[in-house]
Ligand binder design. Structure first.
Ligand SMILES: NC(=O)c1ccc[n+]([C@@H]2O[C@H](COP(=O)([O-])OP(=O)(O)OC[C@H]3O[C@@H](n4cnc5c(N)ncnc54)[C@H](O)[C@@H]3O)[C@@H](O)[C@H]2O)c1
Length: 273
């Protein structure tokens, strides 16, 4: 599997993957709605919107694999998310179907963000999306499942935790994915002989991880980094930190716009009578 389309190539992870996958010898084609500041020599870059079906089908033409990272990567209004993330991911799956390509889909922990931090999750846990963003990625995961069952399109659904240079808050000591582990994980997904439709947690070998390490046994992912190395650099949780943020795995995405009225201890007591 050598010819790979990378969407979202101009973004933070896209630039890491442009270099990482190019260095590993993949024959890349890049696309993004925004310009790319470091296209390697000899690599094609197409500036296009994922919501443009014709442009996406043209970009997918002749590809063995698609690393789909192009998306609105945080909470936004529903209409924008609908165009970029929901419609855009559908276009990518149509491109994959028409070309027999394998998809590595950048999905997110925000598909399951309302699970409590005390839970240890396996990849088949219930969806508990915490934002329209998380919902759009859950839809992308279901597209992957549907295209496998109906059309035999293989997918790796990568539920990425927090992929940054280093962890910057206590939550990320559980959710962090280092850049080099990201590159290795995407490479393993394209190199695996059989993938079917598999969900993997995009996380480094963190001591405090909340998620199973399914990818190790299935595709030989061997994460090199552990967020614990940064524990002394991360500020402690503030005494007045938002309780919703601190309670759930999705962190601040769960408390963003949160309007649910929690029952008071008195209400719970009266209900129990
Ligand atoms: N960085 C993380 O910790 C993290 C965690 C979970 C999931 N992800 C996912 O990984 C992917 C990359 O994230 P990132 O952190 O690099 O974000 P980013 O915002 O830096 O990159 C996203 C890229 O997608 C492009 N894009 C957005 N809308 C588009 C559209 N309609 N058409 C074409 N391109 C479009 C943007 O221009 C940008 O270059 C996203 O799909 C994101 O949801 C990232």
């Amino acid at each position: 599997m050598t010819k790979i389309l990378l969407t979202g190539a101009s973004g933070n992870l896209g630039r890491v993957l442009t270099k990482g996958l190019h260095d590993k010898g993949y024959d890349l084609r890049l696309t993004d709605i925004a310009p790319h500041d470091s296209v390697p020599d000899g690599v094609e870059f197409i500036q296009a919107d994922t919501a443009d079906k014709d442009a996406m089908l043209a970009a997918c033409k002749g590809m063995d694999g698609i690393a789909h990272f192009g998306a609105i990567a945080a909470e936004s209004n529903f209409e924008d998310i609908l165009e970029s993330n929901i419609r855009g991911t559908y276009h990518i799956y149509e491109g994959a179907r028409l070309n027999g390509a394998r998809v590595v889909l950048a999905t997110t922990n925000h598909t399951i963000g309302f699970h409590e931090r005390t839970e240890h999750l396996t990849e088949d846990c219930h969806y508990r999306p915490d934002t329209y963003y998380g919902l759009s990625k859950a839809y992308g995961e279901l597209l992957g499942r549907y295209y496998w069952d109906k059309h035999g399109v293989e997918s790796a659904l990568l539920r990425i935790g927090s992929c940054f240079e280093k962890p910057t808050e206590v939550r990320q000591l559980s959710t962090w994915l280092s850049f080099r582990d990201l590159v290795q994980l995407v490479d393993r997904c394209f190199a695996a002989p059989d993938l079917e439709c598999s969900t993997f947690w995009g996380v480094s070998a963190n001591d405090r991880a909340w998620w199973s390490d399914h990818a190790r046994e299935l595709i030989g992912y061997e994460p090199q980094d552990n967020a614990e190395a940064f524990k002394d650099d991360v500020p402690p949780v503030a005494a007045d930190a938002d309780p919703t943020t601190e309670r759930y795995q999705g962190g601040a995405f769960t408390s963003d716009g949160y309007s649910r009225v929690e029952p008071s201890p008195g209400d719970l007591f009266r209900k129990a009578l």
